[in-house]
Write a protein that binds this ligand. Structure first.
Ligand code: S3P
Length: 171
């Protein structure tokens, strides 16, 4: 099978609702490599949901686990890796992604994100305010950092097949 980005792992970054998991699965199928979702890996390793992790141990502990899981995945064979929206905000994670993978920011307008974040089970950050307010704040904080990704793909047209095509062309 064709290897992504000349044999390197592809790391998808972006806010909750940007389509990292959905577009990641499509990309992995097209490229013939495994798809991995860091949120799922963390839940598997912890044996509980991300909401439980936040509640029992706090966000900082979740972030520590997230960094370790991503570092382990980056040391393995090439995959398409969808990361949780906060993962790329960690400086050490960004450094290992830079070293081992091609990073792609799936950039998405606020209104599209808001429409897509109905599934809250792994998104405790959306529990205590309106998704619109939370995502608008995160956008201000995170977009300047996501912009450090190797490739930026605009995913606002709400068509995940299109977005996957754009990513494949950009690789
Ligand atoms: C988070 C995003 C979530 C999950 C956790 C924290 C964030 O992942 O990792 O709830 O900080 O943006 P998705 O981006 O896959 O929703």
């Amino acid at each position: 099978p064709r290897q992504p980005g000349s044999g390197r792992t592809i790391v998808l970054v972006g806010l909750m609702g940007a389509g990292k998991t959905t577009i990641g699965r499509l990309l992995a199928t097209r490229l013939g490599v495994p798809f991995v979702d860091s949120d799922e890996e963390i839940e598997r390793a912890a044996g509980c949901t991300i909401a439980d992790l936040f509640q029992r141990y706090g966000e900082a502990e979740f972030r520590r686990g997230e960094r370790l899981v991503i570092r382990r995945l980056l040391s393995g064979p090439p995959v398409v890796l969808a990361t949780g929206g906060g993962a790329f905000m960690d400086g050490r994670t960004r450094a290992s992604v830079r070293e081992h993978a091609v990073s792609i920011w799936l950039r998405c307008p606020l209104d599209v994100l808001v429409q897509r974040v109905a599934d809250r089970t792994h998104r405790p950050l959306l529990n205590n305010a309106t998704p619109h307010a939370v995502l608008a704040d995160l956008m201000r904080l995170r977009h300047p950092v996501y912009a450090e990704a190797d490739i930026i793909v605009d995913c606002g047209d709400d068509n995940v097949e299109h977005s996957a095509d754009h990513v494949l062309h950009a690789l």
